[in-house]
Design a protein around this ligand. Sequence first.
Ligand SMILES: Cc1cc2nc3c(=O)[nH]c(=O)nc-3n(C[C@H](O)[C@H](O)[C@H](O)COP(=O)(O)OP(=O)(O)OC[C@H]3O[C@@H](n4cnc5c(N)ncnc54)[C@H](O)[C@@H]3O)c2cc1C
Length: 493
Amino acid sequence: MTRHAVVIAGGGPTGLMLAGELALAGVDVAIAERRASQDLAGSRARGLHSRTIEVLDQRGIAGRFVAEGQVYPRASFVIPLDISDFPSRHPYTLGLSQAHFERILAGWAGELGVPVYRGRELTGFAQDEAGVDVELSDGQCLRADYLVGCDGGRSLVRKAAGIEFPGWDPSVSSLIAEVEMSEEPPWGIRYDDKGTQAMGRLEDGTRVGLVVSERYAGQAGEPTLGDLRKALIAAWGTDYGVHSPTWISRFTDMTRQAASYRKGRVLLAGDAAHVHYPVGGQGLQIGVQDAVNLGWKLAQVVNGTSPESLLDTYHAEQHPVAARMLRATMALTALTRSDARIDALRDTMSDLLGMDGPRKRYAAMMTGLDIHYDLGEGHPLLGRRMPDLDLVTASGPLRVYTLLHDARPLLLNLGAPGGVDITPWADRVRLVDADYAGSWELPVLGVVTAPAAVLIRPDGHVAWAGGPAGPADPAHPGLPDALATWFGPPAGA
Ligand SMILES: Cc1cc2nc3c(=O)[nH]c(=O)nc-3n(C[C@H](O)[C@H](O)[C@H](O)COP(=O)(O)OP(=O)(O)OC[C@H]3O[C@@H](n4cnc5c(N)ncnc54)[C@H](O)[C@@H]3O)c2cc1C
């Protein structure tokens, strides 16, 4: 039986990101992926929001995605919002299709040496106290310390682990397709009493990518060209001579979230842990964030740096993030229809979001820039994402995110050089003395007091922020506890 420390079921956006994070930390990780190649049938996500681009920047790979995408200074959550004034190096939406996103991310995971069992499906598993036996569709068995289900909304891992998936049944249904049409359709997006209708030219310039709403009546199974014709006629009064589909799929606004992100040695991330309507473009983003929150924690547990209880902070931190987004998406789903009352609601929302305060608060939530893990009382930075400051260090100017490329914990000392001693954690935490002269501006909160030192987790969130150390208290209160909580006991303890 082949052994890996971690087996990931599913090599979509979440599985690839998680595999990269684990490989960076030196963990023996492998992906089992049903698809024979990374090619993606049809279109799903169309772009990246600010925090997702920042997360990629923390690993030094954002440029690869930006180079192939289209930068828009706005984010559109049914109502378009200007985000160009956000305190981020990436205050924009990056237009990039999921197929390109996955290809680039798979390239990165490949460079990090992640093996992929391609064209092989995970068909079952059994966990015991020491590990998990994983069965693949070709009969091969793998043994792992941990199994992570990144196998999408219909997750076999979630079902086989017996993890409940409570939430809301669908209320609307849409068909999405790539087709040819013998008549020219009206291009663009239309909201009507049935939902959202959209027509656009595909990259080849001749075929049509479309979304059309259908009446939800418990449809299951694969949609047909006949279903598409019916829905087009219901929405537009004609099917525009639709023919030669290369892809037809169906999605609904079913909204559900796993009751627990962990059961023993089995964890869930991405769509396997949460599903919702695609409006607002959030699924891929939360999946990537799940992966980056879980990756370093799982690596530390596998490497013996931290106790298994560290894994429970993954659910504690990321479950509320997705729960909030599910709620926001349900609200947006209502706005994707059109009648006199919904139009009035959309106009009211538009007016409110035209004001600076509501716009900043709402867009910071939808772009992931305001994510705040509850790590207790303290400096406003605590639990929030570290801003990408321009530092001056002994080795010259450096951005904070450059110091996170290798996904190691970082203690940034912005006070007197040599003023912080973390010798008992020096094997795990990098200490950098730096100067920073600018202001500390956070999304929504605005300018906050400059800390004298900051402990940054590999996912870019602040685990501790301290005031200046003085002669009476040279030790920075709370720092040893934070180091031990997040990065294991001191050496020699
Ligand atoms: C029409 C549409 C539009 C969307 N638009 C957006 C958008 O604009 N922005 C956004 O952020 N999100 C969007 N999404 C959501 C986004 O596509 C998903 O949230 C995202 O793909 C989730 O990534 P994942 O890796 O968690 O799951 P998936 O992408 O579903 O990947 C799961 C992987 O697991 C594999 N797999 C499944 N079962 C097994 C098994 N048993 N064994 C081995 N492999 C298995 C699959 O082949 C797949 O590669 C959209 C979705 C749809 C349907």
